[in-house]
Design a protein around this ligand. Sequence first.
Ligand SMILES: [Fe+2]
Length: 205
Amino acid sequence: MALWGTPETAARDIAAANDSPGYVRLAPVFPRRLRDHWLEGHAAEVAELALDLGRDLDLSSHELLELELAARLHDVGKRAVPDSILCKPASLSAAEWSVMRRHPEWGSGMLADVPGLEAVADAVHAHHERWDGSGYPLGLVGESIPLASRIVGVCDAFSAMTADRPYRAALSAGDALRELQRCSGSQFDPAIVGTFVASSQSVAA
Ligand SMILES: [Fe+2]
């Protein structure tokens, strides 16, 4: 496995890139392909939202560390999806979707060979599962979905909805929160949506 360079270059890269606790602790054993993904903008926003939410849910420091890693790396498996699918400026065919939907499994596989990241790999594997069992790849239901995956799912959706896409303008934060509430209990864990909405509204108030 290609690991980071010398401790000196790793330390410099860490300082230049990010000073979050999870990154500092684990960067020396990060394969380069994971480090590059760590810096991607959407992943950084999801991690920031997830950490705020995790603190509101009273997670332990260890749980917050694993949550940050899962949030940062949830879509790392998309690096194995061909650009012809990932960057396609039109809707995907059924066959292309079947490739895209493998990214949780591929991401989990990339993390599984990093010692100590077993729980993070599990969380990445389950980040497209849905509370009612209609998600993928395993169709897990309710609390059988790892908590970090349920938190990342809510934050990933909020971040995606409030960003411009080629095919639609960004939703306002209020509209995105209403959409989370509409999908609470079906796509999302209702307790997590409730906490996220309450803390978002208290910040906005
Ligand atoms: Fe994803």
